[in-house]
Design a protein. Structure first.
Length: 452
């Protein structure tokens, strides 16, 4: 049965080991462009891996062409990231103040002073990084390295316009039937700019050939199939930052691992015996295992952050941010304040205690965990540049630790009150807040990590 449906079977451990030892590694354009947004350490780690497999690298001509066409825009984006980092410092402080409006003001003021010191130090460290970054009109050491790695390992330009037109014709049929890859890019050449004018880069020409951007993924896929057929490639690993369903096997809205079954079937029919796909951060993780490469975890983390942020369109980012804000708004800070007030203030009667217990948050600990996750996610989407987010979240967690200590101090008095009331009134157990459970901020970070 596996021979009939190869796309629905994941390789075994032995097959994965064989694949990594024998395969040709093929990279998508987005992976190459992401190098412009890595810090030096991450970029060096990634390049060392590519050096280790230099003899087994290959990219389609379409990937090389798209890299050259989009390189300047990505350099500009990297420059804007530095500018945004500086501009967003004050905004992050304001967001922290809003996030902790229920915390005593003197604690927030102390925290802001600490945060400003961190930000000032950060700004000083940012300056040399910005100065050393690749400039639009300067030398591009990143391109020089990529050129060195892939010279002689690039596929052929389409032979004629007729070859491309046949791909476009086939693409119309495939996209209509949601056959991968590229059907999620349908209509890309008709996209509108913010000023409601047609994008001047859609379509474009190269060496007299007309390229339609909505078929870019299909063109590069056809070039991969051609390489498999003409060079008898048997083992293929494709690395892409694209997260759309026209590349990956997705069930019930979740990626369950591996390429879209139709892609596996098509490349096997072309002559390959094994095919698999990785996002760039997963590629680095498994390079540690199968290539015995030393790669720092923080490098893998930044690769993931950059890849994820660049794989989302602006509408998708806006939609994600809006949904997270709605979730936070729906959480009910008034209810949270009521719970905190019940823990900190003398309770004069049993009704107020029961009202606090009926809060949707089942316990103070659950509240802390949920707040840690949602607030971290919200800050992450306010600013896509990874290390800014880390500073904001670290500052937020430091304040949460203070808040945790404050709440824990009140729990003892809260418990004493409960015991006193138990002696006077029979309170149903389900209405008594779980005050004995201490807040575990470390657990909340594990929850955050698992949800990512």
């Amino acid at each position: 049965m596996k021979d009939l449906f190869p796309g629905y079977y994941s390789p075994s451990d032995e097959e994965f080991s064989e694949l990594w030892q024998k395969c040709t590694f093929i990279f998508d354009t987005n992976v190459l462009l992401d190098f412009y947004e890595y810090n030096d350490e991450t970029r060096e780690d990634f390049f060392e891996v590519l050096e280790a497999i230099k003899d087994r690298l290959w990219i389609p001509h379409q990937v090389a062409l798209e890299y050259q066409r989009n390189r300047i825009n990505r350099i500009k984006k990297a420059e804007s990231n530095f500018n945004s980092a500086e501009e967003n410092l004050n905004e992050i402080i304001q967001n922290i103040i809003k996030a902790f409006k229920y915390v005593p003001s003197e604690l927030v003021e102390d925290m802001i002073k600490d945060v400003e010191k961190v930000f000032n130090s950060f700004h000083e460290n940012l300056i040399p990084l910005k100065e050393n970054a690749v400039k639009v009109d300067g030398a591009d050491y990143i391109r020089e390295k990529i050129t060195d790695l892939f010279t002689g390992k690039i596929g052929e330009l389409p032979a004629s316009q007729d070859e491309l037109d046949l791909i476009y014709l086939e693409g119309e049929r495939r996209y209509k039937n949601c056959q991968p890859p590229g059907f999620k890019d349908k209509g890309k050449d008709k996209s509108q700019n913010k000023d409601n004018t047609k994008d001047k880069d859609n379509p474009y020409t190269h060496k007299g050939l007309l390229f339609k951007r909505e078929y870019g993924d299909l063109i590069l896929w056809k070039q991969i199939l051609k390489q498999v057929e003409s060079n008898s490639l048997s083992h293929i690993i494709f690395i892409t930052g694209d997260n759309k369903e026209d590349w990956w096997r997705i069930e019930h809205g979740k990626t369950i691992g591996g390429p879209h079954p139709e892609l596996t079937q098509e490349i096997v029919d072309a002559g390959a015996s094994m095919f698999y796909m990785y996002r760039p951060e997963r590629f680095l993780e498994f390079a540690k295992k199968y290539l015995q490469q030393e790669i720092k975890e923080k490098s893998i983390q930044q690769v993931e952050e950059v890849s994820v942020s660049n794989s989302l369109s602006e509408p998708e980012l806006h939609d994600t941010f809006s949904r997270q804000l709605s979730a936070i708004d729906g959480y009910g800070l008034k209810d949270i304040e009521r719970l905190v007030a019940a823990a900190n203030n003398p309770v004069s009667n049993i009704e107020r205690l029961v009202a606090a217990a009926n809060n949707p948050v089942s316990s103070i600990a659950d509240f802390a965990k949920q707040l840690s996750v949602t607030e971290a996610m919200r800050l992450t989407n306010i600013d896509k540049y990874g290390f800014i987010n880390n500073i904001a979240i670290a500052s937020m967690r430091a304040e949460q630790d203070r808040f945790t200590a404050s709440v824990n101090q009140t729990i003892e008095s809260h418990n004493r009150f409960i015991e006193q009331m138990k002696k006077q009134v029979a309170i149903p157990k389900q209405l008594i807040p779980n005050a004995n459970q201490e807040i575990d901020i470390e657990s909340s970070r594990e929850v955050e990590s698992s949800e990512d």
